[in-house]
Ligand binder design. Sequence first.
Ligand code: ATP
Length: 304
Amino acid sequence: MTAAIAAEGLRKRYGEIQAVDGVSLEVEAGEFFGVLGPNGAGKTTTLEILEGLRRPDAGSAEIFGLSPWPRNPALLPRIGVQLQASAFFERLTAGEQIVTFGSLYGVSSAQAVAMLDRVGLAEFAGTRAEKLSGGQAQRLSIACALVHDPELLFLDEPTTGLDPQARRNLWDLLREINAEGRTVVLTTHYLDEAEILCDRVAVMDHGRILKTDPPATLIRELDAPTRLTVESGALTAEHARELLAATGTEAEVQDDGVSLAIATRTPGPVLTLLAEQDALRGLEVRGATLEDVFLQLTGREYRE
Ligand code: ATP
C-alpha cells in the first residue's frame, strides 16, 4: 500500500534561519499523525512543503506517491488544507464562505452547506464569518478544508487560542473526521493535544524531528518515575523518608509547604504507606507525559 505521505531529507532555509533541517517522515493512510514542537520548530514550513505550497531547498516529498511540487492538479482534490481563520473572504456569511470554497472544487451548494451541519455550524449559516467565536471560526475553516471530501487533511495548530471547552469540542470533531478513514496531519504546540489525539507523534525542535512514535511508546520508553502528591501536613518529608527506607522502598521525597511529593518506580508500597499514615488527602498520581519526553530528548523544558 502506498503511504499517504513519504518525505525524505527535507530542508528549507530562510536567510540565516534553517527552518527545516533534514526532515524525513512517513504517514500511513488513515493515521492521525501529529507534528509536535514549540514555536519556531519548523512545523508550519514542513507542512507547507508537504502541501505543495513551498518548494524545499533539498529532499523529496510524495503524497499518495505523487510529488506535491510543482503544484500537482492530480493531488489537489485529494488533500484538504485548513486555512487560518483570517483567510476567509471578507463580509461573507459562513454559508457563503463554504459555498464559495466548494465551488472551487465543483462541489454543489447543497453539499457545501451540508458540511456546515457536519461541523455543528448549521445554525450559523447566516452569520458573517467575523462574528463567529474562535471555536466556530476554526470549525468553519475545517469545514472549508473538508468540503471536497479529501482523503488527507492538514491542520496547522487548529486549537491555538481556543478556550478549553472549545478545544475539547474540536478534538471530538477531529476524532470523527479521522474515524471516517481520513488521514489527518496536525501540528500543535500543545503536548496534551498530541498525546490525546495522535496515533503517532513526530517531536520536532530546531527544524529536526527528534523522534517519531506513538505517544504511549515515547512515554513508556522514558521509564520515568510515578509522582504521587498529597497535601502537606499529615506526614513530614523526613518521616516519610524514614518509613520508606524502613520498607526498602526507593523514592525521592520533597515537601514545598503545599504538597508532599514522592517520586518512585514502585507506587504500590508508597500508596499503602500514605494510607497507613492517613496522609492521602489531596492525592494526585501522575505518570510521565510528553513534556517529560521533550525534556529528555532536548535536555530542556518545553517552552510554550
Ligand atoms: P509556530 O508554532 O510559531 O507556527 P513552527 O514550528 O510552525 O512555529 P515555522 O513557522 O515553520 O515554525 O518557522 C520556523 C522558523 O522559520 C522560525 O524561526 C520562523 O521565524 C522562520 N520562518 C518561517 N517562515 C518564514 C518566512 N516566510 N520567512 C522567513 N523566516 C521564516
